[in-house]
Design a protein around this ligand. Sequence first.
Ligand SMILES: [Zn+2]
Length: 249
Amino acid sequence: MPNFCDNCHQKGGTNSIAFNMILCSHCKYSEQYKMMYKTTAKTYYFLTENDIQSIDTFDGPRIRQKTTTLVRKSDVKDIFCQKYQISPSKIDERLKELSKLKNIRQERAAERKNMTIQKRKAELIQALAKYRLQLRNDSKLCQKYIDNTINHQSRSVPLHRNWTLDQVVERMCQMHFLYNYANMDRCLEKAKSQQEEELEAGYFPDISIFEEAEMLALEATNGYPDNWPWLENEVCRESDAGCDEVYSD
Ligand SMILES: [Zn+2]
């Protein structure tokens, strides 16, 4: 015996569990009987889990091995109207207002973030200048400090410490020393070939090429100096100038 749609009474239809009635394929997709994903409902209608906890839910299709949950669109609209105390005819208007507000909030948050970034950048530039160093665009450490993302996952910046401004500047001084006073470029080449040999011999190096190069460089210089040489030179030059004056006669 053929089914008849409970809504339009045309022949043909299937049982809708959500609405507990027979619906034809036309009516099933009409606005009145629409279903939607619960997550979509929350985002689109600015509702929280708490707001919609009372409405009926239904198992949706599995998407990428994950279960989905469906809700009746009409229920969601009811909840929305209750929450914002409006009549159904005002739904679209209210949604527009809410999304405008959301955009404003997002813009303000982005502005605040940008201001923080500019402030951190200025602080870092100033702190580096005390050591006669410039902010380097190629420094991941500096960039991460400025963005305040230093504790996020990263292979290039050690995670075990919470880098303060002073620590970043200290590390930048060490970098400047390595490359300008400790043959770091050559040490990097050496470390690379050493690690290649180790790999060929079947050993997996337990430190990075950079770490190994830093060790090689520091072996030759007996570690980092107490006073950075480029700052000493500056003092020397100043005193040289003084000496010149003394002996200029
Ligand atoms: Zn129908």
